[in-house]
Design a protein around this ligand. Structure first.
Ligand code: ZN
Length: 320
């Protein structure tokens, strides 16, 4: 949903579906109106005829069925459901695969009633086997969730947490190393094809995007700053502060006025385009520290770990 084509395709499908359903089902509604996927129907053949035909009423993940005296609950899957999950051989951390198994088992145990639970667990095992998961992993999850939950880790055992992208063979080693020092690791996924290829919104024009910039001075030093607004606007503010000798508003103006230097406005360069404020402040601080011998900034900006500084300067010298 959310795409321009959605209403058109759902209309095409619904038209096909309703024609077939109304033509073939022996009982007919008195009135049938539809707008996209919403219907208004007058039905004179009783509730049973509607409910029994569908084999129960699906609500979210649950299929509610009527028996003589009570309701029964099973897992509902759309007819188009493919039982495709994250493949076991996929390059993800084991915790992601475990969570696929745990989620399905948890859903079966909490939503299904006694009557349907066994079949659902069998279905899960079969589906997960098809996705490459070994049966013992599934049995372990069932055992763990039906038994005592004593194995769960208490968070106090960790001194800190860290987040990193999952790269098979590398992240696991770092995680083990950190774990020995009491640091828990959470992984986030790296870019997928979808992230790289689909951009529903037009990107901001380059000259309007938030950035980290450098304005050189005639003495060879430079001022490093960051701005959320178009760079042009920020430069004109620096120029005005320098012209009007408003030193408190700009370190660059202060330097130019005190030393009698001329900032080289036309040689301003954009060092990086960064939308996220926290990341932009970090980038600004890194640029200031890496160029500390040649900057006229009043302070070093955001406080950052020395570790990043050496990493950044190594990376810069390698890429040059
Ligand atoms: Zn200067």
């Amino acid at each position: 949903m959310g795409s321009y084509l959605s209403p058109i395709t759902s209309n095409i499908f619904m038209e096909h579906f309703e024609t077939k359903a109304l033509d073939t089902y022996p009982l007919k509604p008195v009135a049938w109106f539809r707008f996209v996927d919403d219907t208004f129907v007058v039905w004179r053949h009783g509730k049973d005829e509607l409910i029994e035909e569908a084999g129960g009423i699906p609500f979210l993940d649950v299929k509610v069925q009527r028996s003589d005296t009570s309701l029964s609950f099973a897992i509902y899957r759309k007819p188009t459901h493919t039982d495709q999950y994250l493949h076991f051989n996929s390059s993800h951390h084991m915790s992601a695969k475990n969570s696929v198994v745990n989620t399905l088992v948890h859903r079966a145990l909490t939503l299904c009633d006694e009557e349907h639970r066994k079949d659902e667990l069998k279905h899960i095992e079969k589906a997960l086997n098809k996705n490459g998961y070994p049966s013992n992993l599934i049995h372990k999850a069932i055992k763990k969730q039906t038994g005592e939950r004593s194995e769960e880790l208490v968070d106090d055992e960790h001194k800190g947490v860290t987040f990193m992208p999952y790269i098979k063979g590398v992240s696991d080693k770092i995680c083990r190393f950190l774990n020995r020092s009491g640091v828990k690791t959470f992984y986030f996924r790296s870019a997928k094809l979808r992230d790289i290829l689909s951009h529903p919104k037009d990107p901001l024009p380059k000259d309007r995007a938030p950035c980290v910039y450098s304005i050189p001075c005639s003495c060879g030093e430079q001022y490093i700053g960051q701005t959320k607004r178009p760079l042009k606007v920020r430069i004109s503010e620096h120029r005005r502060a320098t012209r009007q000798k408003k030193e408190e508003g700009s370190a660059l103006a202060e330097h130019a006025c005190k030393e009698g230097h001329e900032p080289l406005w036309d040689e301003t360069t954009k060092l990086a385009q960064v939308s996220h404020l926290g990341m932009r402040l970090t980038r600004e601080a890194l640029e200031i520290r890496v160029n500390e011998t040649s900057t006229i900034n009043r302070n070093d900006g955001k406080d950052i770990s020395r570790m990043w500084r050496s990493l950044f300067s190594n990376n810069q010298s390698q890429s040059r």
